[in-house]
Design a protein around this ligand. Structure first.
Ligand SMILES: [Zn+2]
Length: 255
């Protein structure tokens, strides 16, 4: 069995200097590939460095909503250069965050839409963060060319949003949230998501799944996300592993 954590922050503070240790622990749980998410210039560079260092690590780079206000021509030129590096497999995480509102909303929307265009020009998928902003996110995606796919990271919508986004070339990535007892809407969407349209992730160090809630999350724990979805769908862990592995390799064009 092989699992892929398609959105993790191995480049974040708690893992620094201990990346190899966490990748070994992940391997012991069946996790053989991870995609490290960038979000700002510092994290983007750290994601690329880890992808250079470890065979099993890939990187994505982008300007998340918090730093959308800093996205100028120089930033765009640098991002385009980084996106063309061999182990950079997606543009992300980018999107809209109307909960923290660290950049003005119109700026968030403009920078999000522009980065989707860049991804399309480079024939790459986009990894999307959306918080309290489904309606605007949906409208931007509907008006974008998603020929190379988009992934809604830590998808926390219910069946209604699932069905709307399914009409676009969008994949749904489930995090530890799907294991939370109270996340009933997410349980329903995980039950009904088609087998060829979902992925799994940790978003570590955040969103620790059961049975480790209350502890720091780590990339290996994507296994517990997979186990939860298997139970919800009434299928085996192996079937979840096979489907999500194939879906991840397809959308990110992993070599
Ligand atoms: Zn993240």
């Amino acid at each position: 069995m092989e699992l892929i954590d398609n959105h993790t922050h191995l480049n974040d503070e708690p893992f620094r200097g201990k990346e190899e240790y966490y990748l070994e622990r992940a391997k012991a749980l069946g996790v053989t590939k991870v995609i490290c998410a960038g979000q700002d210039p510092d994290f983007n560079q750290r994601a690329i460095d880890l992808a250079d260092r470890f065979d099993e690590v890939y990187a994505m780079v982008g300007y998340c909503p918090d730093v959308a206000k800093d996205f100028d021509q120089k930033a765009e030129d640098e991002l385009i250069e980084q996106l063309q590096m061999p182990k950079v497999v997606a543009l992300g995480e980018v999107g809209l965050d109307y909960y923290w509102d660290e950049s003005p909303r119109d700026v968030q929307r403009g920078v999000f839409a522009r980065q989707i265009e860049i991804a399309h020009e480079l024939k790459m998928p986009v990894n999307i963060h959306t918080r309290d902003a489904f309606e605007d996110c949906y409208n931007i995606l509907k008006n974008s060319n998603l020929e190379y796919g988009a992934i809604l990271h830590s998808f926390n919508g219910g069946v209604d949003w699932l069905n709307r986004f399914l009409k676009l070339n969008v994949y749904f990535s489930y995090s530890g949230v799907v294991s939370f007892t109270k996340a009933t809407e997410v349980h329903e969407s995980a039950k009904s998501v088609p087998m060829d349209r979902f992925l799994i992730e940790t978003d570590a160090p955040y969103l620790t799944p059961k049975p480790y809630r209350g502890h720091q999350n780590e990339t290996g724990y994507v296994r517990y996300v997979a186990e939860t979805i298997a139970k919800l769908k009434g299928i085996t862990l192996d079937e979840v592993a096979k489907a999500t592995y194939a879906n991840t390799v397809r959308v990110y064009d992993l070599k």
